[in-house]
Design a binder for this molecule. Structure first.
Ligand code: DAH
Length: 334
């Protein structure tokens, strides 16, 4: 057999062997067999010396071309086998729980809201929701708020348009109306949500903040139910040293109306005796009439807390704006 024929037959055999390799070790073994120091190609190279001078360059070229061809088959096969070796041996179970520790945490306002809601749910309250973009009827009229009430002024309320006067709700009390409109009594709900007022931001005011509204309607409901319920929830959320005080007040949608003051050791540390944290009262008969409940049969109470206030008390925060700046150094502490 001529040298050229031997080159091509060894090349064919080598190519076949490389292509047939099923695993990396057998590929490397095949490589050594043909291209290694003891390999058949290396032997061919050595044979070049025995050839006539003129024949050497042509034979050398043929050997190199064959080697190059084999190297490229080798590289291709190697990357294919490496990829296969990296695949998982067992099928992955995507239903397993993740192993990474959760990144981030809930905003302090969300944590406080969740705790308050949880405390009310234990007492049988359900969570209700309503729109942040409201109409004057649900935000004011149905709550017995007269047309000339200062809260309705464009100085205090964000009106979105003059047509139909849609507005950003100034309190979550509008949701009381929306729920009563479509649900017959009895009712036991809480409504956490965002509200908007044209306040300039300072340490205790912000143009948007959060409230939690409560509404309880049944037969024979009294102010003492209101006091007992609110007190139980505050003790659960803010600790047993909490004291509440109920003061007479005025809201157009409750009669009598009350304001709730709060104190505990932290309030005292801040140098105050009491902090005002909520409005509440017995639902006004006019409100019941508006939603079609008979005020002779049904009675109820309602309240509205400011969530920021409660969170500030719980964590000893003195500037409300910290809640909205999303400074990670602040948020990481909760
Ligand atoms: N809506 C009142 C406010 O934003 C709070 C409030 C007072 C809610 C009395 C009520 C209530 O449900 O009965 O200041």
């Amino acid at each position: 057999m001529s040298l050229h024929d031997r080159i091509s037959s060894i090349k064919e055999a080598a190519a076949q062997e490389l292509r047939a390799a099923k695993e990396l070790p057998s590929l490397e073994r095949a490589k050594g067999q043909f291209l290694g120091p003891e390999g058949s190609f290396t032997a061919l190279m050595k044979e070049l010396g025995t050839l006539a001078k003129e024949a050497r360059p042509i034979a050398g070229k043929a050997i190199n071309a064959a080697k190059q061809e084999l190297e490229s088959i080798l590289a291709e096969k190697r990357s294919e086998l490496e990829l296969r070796a990296a695949l998982p041996k067992e099928p992955a179970d995507f239903s397993l729980p993740g192993r990474r520790r959760p990144v981030g945490r809930l905003h302090p306002l969300t944590q406080v809201t969740d705790d308050i809601v949880r405390a009310f749910r234990k007492l049988g309250f359900a969570v209700a929701d309503g729109p942040e973009i409201e109409d004057e009827y649900h935000c004011f009229d149905a709550l017995n708020t007269p047309k000339d009430h200062p809260a309705r002024d464009s100085q205090d309320t964000f009106f979105i348009d003059t047509e139909g006067r849609p507005l950003l709700r100034t309190h979550t009390s509008s949701v009381q109306i929306r729920v009563m409109e479509k649900t017959p009594p009895p009712i036991r709900i809480v409504v956490p949500g965002r509200v908007f007022r044209r306040d300039n931001a300072d340490a205790t005011h912000n143009p948007t903040f959060h409230q939690i509204e409560g509404l309880y309607v049944d037969k024979g409901v009294t102010v003492s139910d209101l006091k007992g319920t609110v007190e139980a929830v505050f003790k659960e959320v803010l600790g047993d040293d909490v004291k509440l005080r109920f003061r007479p007040h005025y809201f157009s949608y409750t009669e009598p109306s009350l304001e709730i003051d709060f104190t505990n050791s932290l309030v005292k540390k801040l140098g105050k005796d009491w902090l005002e944290i909520a409005g509440c009262g017995m639902v006004h008969p006019k409100v019941f009439e508006t939603v079609g409940y008979d005020p002779e049969v049904w009675s109820g109470w309602a309240f509205g807390f400011g969530i920021e206030r409660i969170a500030m008390l719980r964590y000893g925060i003195t500037d409300i704006r910290l809640f909205y700046e999303n400074d990670a150094r602040f948020l990481r502490q909760f």
